[in-house]
Write a protein that binds this ligand. Sequence first.
Ligand SMILES: NC(=O)c1ccc[n+]([C@@H]2O[C@H](COP(=O)([O-])OP(=O)(O)OC[C@H]3O[C@@H](n4cnc5c(N)ncnc54)[C@H](OP(=O)(O)O)[C@@H]3O)[C@@H](O)[C@H]2O)c1
Length: 262
Amino acid sequence: MDFEGKKVLITGGTRGIGKCLVEELVKNGVRHIAVIARDKQNLKKLATEFQEVKFLRIAGDVADIDVLREAAARIEDKWGYLDILINNAGIISAGPLEDISDEDLYDQVAVNLTAVLLLTKYCIPLLKSSEEAAILNISSGLGLLGMPFYTVYGSTKAAVRQFSDATRRELAPHKISVTCAYPTATDTDMMQKFKEREMDSPEMVAQRSLEGLMKKELHVIFGGEKRLMENKMNFESPAKFDAQIAKNYKQWEEKSANHRAI
Ligand SMILES: NC(=O)c1ccc[n+]([C@@H]2O[C@H](COP(=O)([O-])OP(=O)(O)OC[C@H]3O[C@@H](n4cnc5c(N)ncnc54)[C@H](OP(=O)(O)O)[C@@H]3O)[C@@H](O)[C@H]2O)c1
């Protein structure tokens, strides 16, 4: 897929991986980008930073169904079709399941999962009107490996993986490709708590995810060979993987404490 001249909708394109996705799209010749995010100032900033781009700014929460409907309606009015949908916005609240507030539980499901399902649903007619359409979903390494203290977040991200497989198969006759990316620790606001740790750069994650989209790869998995081995062990011998996690249980508990970016 060639990105030149494509019309793109991205959620959470104002910070972190999403902003780097915008930058990478612009480098590749995209000039029409619709962005959904809550912070109006950050949305405005995009227009000054990327002056060659005509932005459609949709200020609002992806957990609000009206915001998603408005996004699809405005794209239909302005462009009449959509080439690329990027479901990127995400939030996290970790900790023992019994301690996670009901609000944080609901919000993670609403932002990380329900919004992805609804926005994709609203965009399908627009994507069908494109000559060459694609969807990029940003899941997480924790969507492939169920980790303690990331029960809710991991569940939403695993559902995004399943949704990607299912929609890819459902939309295949309409020539809409679906790529799902699984970043591991990436240096963004979401990982502020782990600033001292070595992490992937959001630029690299954005670049590699878009390369996956361009080449119509089904899954873009980060974390190198070690992560691939862990995924294999988790799938083929989950009890063996359980034993590994049990060895570092305390470490996981401590690391995940107060990891919250909502
Ligand atoms: N960073 C990592 O280590 C990592 C690892 C694996 C997967 N991921 C996934 O990668 C994606 C991007 O993460 P990131 O690290 O780049 O996050 P980030 O730096 O916290 O940025 C999140 C972006 O999403 C927007 N957003 C958040 N909640 C929103 C809401 N309710 N409605 C609309 N927009 C919302 C934010 O803008 P506003 O705040 O203005 O709304 C911001 O633009 C997420 O899906 C995340 O789960 C990240």
